[in-house]
Design a protein around this ligand. Structure first.
Ligand code: AVJ
Length: 363
């Protein structure tokens, strides 16, 4: 008989009752502002999550498949460069991407521990079980909590730690919050640990806008779905047909903005909040921003958060990128940023990091 490798699973919860900002609070804030907006997280009820999965399969929506391709290509390199023994997963990531990284760690013989962090206890237990079965001997330390607020509860690193933040979630944060979030991530990195950040790249505005306004109209349904959520959860009476989907690339801010535009003046009642909301003709409600990056803008954000780039992995068409970064140690010389294996850029004489290949001009 072969000795069986026992997996060790431990799950701790840090959520307190009444801890969460509710949909009701967000809607009350968002719909009483002079420029109406709602946080994008409310797009994802059961139907919204299915619609998002459908978006990921659309021909115009290059992000998901491109990020997967980058990880397939470079997972071994990432593990070799970082020597990671532990993977910290923030939020229920995609099983496919997590598996690519865990597989690479297992193949390199470094894999020891998996640390899933999610607000849902059920999710933490489910991923813990799944990966324990797939990787015999893996130890799992689950954390039930909000990764924007409970990162201080992570267990001490078991060794070089890899913290993926994939899917481009970072893009939903406006610039100041983005840096605050990155700084928070930096705090869970010891000098031996790395952050792995998925970012969408600035490109031809037409390609960007097509990705957020697809010809099959799936993204429009996804966006409008937030009104169904408000109708169901808060007893609102939005006439969903009286709103249209808007998506455009803000060239100055370098982000995609999704909005819902009232096609005619209307009044909406939100029963649960005892709130009446007026929409003027063509008034817009912002539902999401999705930031796009250049190597330079990423570099500035990392630096402002006390991080430094180690490597930038991209696809042949430079549609999407995965950045490997670590904590910048005070007084450190920049440690040969982007040297080594998958070199795709360089630091120019002004100290700006540039892609190695000239960027393809759109059109
Ligand atoms: C899940 C935030 C990465 O910004 O592309 C897809 C969400 N919005 N289509 C993105 C989304 C419209 C997506 N993220």
């Amino acid at each position: 008989m072969e000795p069986t490798l026992e997996s060790v699973v431990e799950v701790r919860s840090y959520l307190a009752p009444g801890d969460e900002r509710t949909l009701a609070d967000d809607v009350l804030d968002g719909l009483t502002r002079p420029l109406k907006k709602l946080p994008p997280k409310h797009l994802y009820d059961a139907r919204g999550s299915l619609l998002f999965e459908a978006i990921c399969e659309l021909p115009e929506y290059y992000r998901t498949r491109t990020e997967r391709l980058i990880l397939e290509t470079y997972a071994d390199d990432i593990v070799a460069r970082t020597g990671a023994v532990e993977l910290v997963e923030l939020g229920s990531g995609s099983a496919t991407k997590t598996r690519l990284l865990l597989d690479a760690m297992a193949t390199a013989g470094t894999l020891r521990r998996y640390v899933p962090v999610d607000v849902s206890a059920a999710t933490v237990h489910a991923v813990a079980d799944r990966f324990c079965n797939e990787y015999p001997g893996l130890s799992v330390h689950g954390v039930v909590g909000d990764f924007e607020r409970h990162l201080s509860h992570l267990p001490p690193a078991a060794g070089p730690r890899l913290v993926p933040c994939l899917g481009g979630t970072i893009g939903n944060f406006p610039p100041g919050s983005r840096r605050r979030f990155l700084r928070g991530l930096g705090n869970v990195l010891d000098p031996a640990s790395h952050l792995l950040l998925g970012i969408d790249l600035v490109k031809d505005p037409r390609a960007l806008e097509a990705a957020y306004d697809d010809s099959a109209g799936v993204t429009a349904q996804f966006n409008l779905n937030i009104l169904h959520v408000l109708n169901r959860e808060l007893g609102a009476d939005f006439d969903v047909d009286a709103f249209e989907h808007v998506a455009f690339f803000d060239r100055r801010r370098e982000w995609i903005e999704m909005r819902l535009r009232a096609t005619e003046p209307q009044q909406v009642r939100v029963e649960a909040l005892d709130l009446d909301v007026e929409f003027g003709a063509r008034e817009e409600l912002r539902t999401e921003i999705s930031a796009k990056f250049t190597p330079e803008s990423l570099h500035s954000d990392l630096a402002a958060a006390g991080l430094e780039p180690v490597e930038l992995y991209t696809d042949p068409d430079e549609l999407f990128a995965v950045s490997l970064a670590r904590r910048a140690e005070p007084g450190d010389e920049p440690r040969g940023a982007y040297g080594g294996g998958a070199l795709i850029g360089f630091t120019d004489r002004a100290g700006h990091w540039r892609l190695a290949q000239p960027r393809r001009r759109p059109g």
